[in-house]
Ligand binder design. Structure first.
Ligand code: ADP
Ligand code: MG
Length: 292
């Protein structure tokens, strides 16, 4: 490739909010036929909030929220922020947790006011020896609506579920349609539950969903798609997404994302939504046709 044309492309990209760190990423982008997108913070606003709390028999809503917020206060996950905000808005006094642990992609554990509190996915609580089955039907109803459902255990008993919703970015459905018109398939990749992911995907017009993927397996999904002969771009914003960004033909970091994601990507999109992917692709086509 002519360095001059690439430099022009990089310069034009800067004006379009497409920051190119790696010239090869710009060259490859026009050949991309599959865009893998992290759900939280990329397809959605990344500002989740608590929409409903369902308690198990014998537990009060405020007690549950206070205990859960105690452990979540030590977590930096967007779901944790939503829970702490809900507790603060309800005027609750949050005690600090001791013995805090946060198994990645699963949830959080800690002791609050002498009680052992576990918060996370249903499978995480099951793995910890708790039985979430009494609340599974209610959880599925909330998931079918697109909410992320977090299970809370207190002292070895499942005490309730918390539904957390994140608004989808308004620009996403049109961008999905436009990408498909260009022959690009959009694949949603998330650690969230399958029912929730599919409900959100349907709303966005996304056909293919890879759900319940642990953070350390996100890169494997990208590698599997590449091994099918696809040219894959991965778009993400989280620390969790960094290995998948690095495994893709083109890594696309959201400008609003973490530094780790930005360092792992060849291109950073300042707008932070899927429209930027279309812009990057058009820029790549223009640049490469200049060279040919
Ligand atoms: P995503 O792919 O949406 O970024 P993560 O891999 O971060 O999701 O998390 C996957 C799942 O693990 C979440 O949907 C949730 O069930 C659980 N989880 C992770 N961190 C937390 C937390 N701090 N509090 C509660 N649940 C959590
Ligand atoms: Mg994420």
């Amino acid at each position: 490739a002519t360095p001059m044309s690439i430099m022009v492309g990089v310069g034009r990209g800067a004006g379009l909010g497409v920051l190119i760190k790696n010239a090869e990423a710009l060259e490859r982008m026009e050949k991309v036929d599959t865009v893998v997108v992290d759900k939280t913070g990329t397809l959605t606003e990344g500002k989740p909030s608590v929409t409903q709390i369902v308690t198990a028999a014998g537990f009060e809503q405020d007690d549950l929220l206070r205990l859960v917020a105690g452990v979540e206060r030590a977590s930096e996950h967007p779901l944790a922020t939503a829970i702490v905000n809900a507790a603060t808005d309800a005027g609750l006094t949050i005690s600090a947790a001791t013995d805090f642990d946060a198994p990645v992609g699963k949830g959080v554990i800690g002791s609050v006011d002498q009680r052992k509190v576990r918060v996370g996915s249903a499978s995480f609580l099951t793995g910890e020896g708790l039985d979430p089955s009494a609340l599974t039907a209610q959880a599925d109803r909330l998931r079918a609506d697109g909410a992320t459902v977090i299970f809370a255990g207190v002292d070895g008993q499942v005490a309730g579920i918390i539904a957390i919703a994140d608004q989808v970015k308004g620009t996403t459905p049109a961008a999905v349609v436009a990408l498909r018109a260009e022959g690009v398939e959009v694949v949603m990749l998330t650690g969230d539950d399958r029912l929730t992911a599919e409900a959100v995907a349907r709303r966005l017009g996304i056909d293919r969903v890879e759900a319940e993927v642990m953070p350390d397996h996100k890169a494997d999904v990208v590698k599997r798609l590449r091994s099918e002969g696809r040219v894959v771009a991965m778009a993400g914003d989280g620390v969790n997404d960094a290995p998948a960004l690095a495994a893709a033909d083109v890594g696309l970091a959201m400008g609003s994302g973490t530094d780790v994601a930005i360092e792992s990507a060849g291109i950073t999109l300042l707008g932070g939504d899927l429209t930027g992917i279309l812009r990057a692709r058009k820029l790549s086509e223009a640049t490469m046709s200049n060279i040919r």
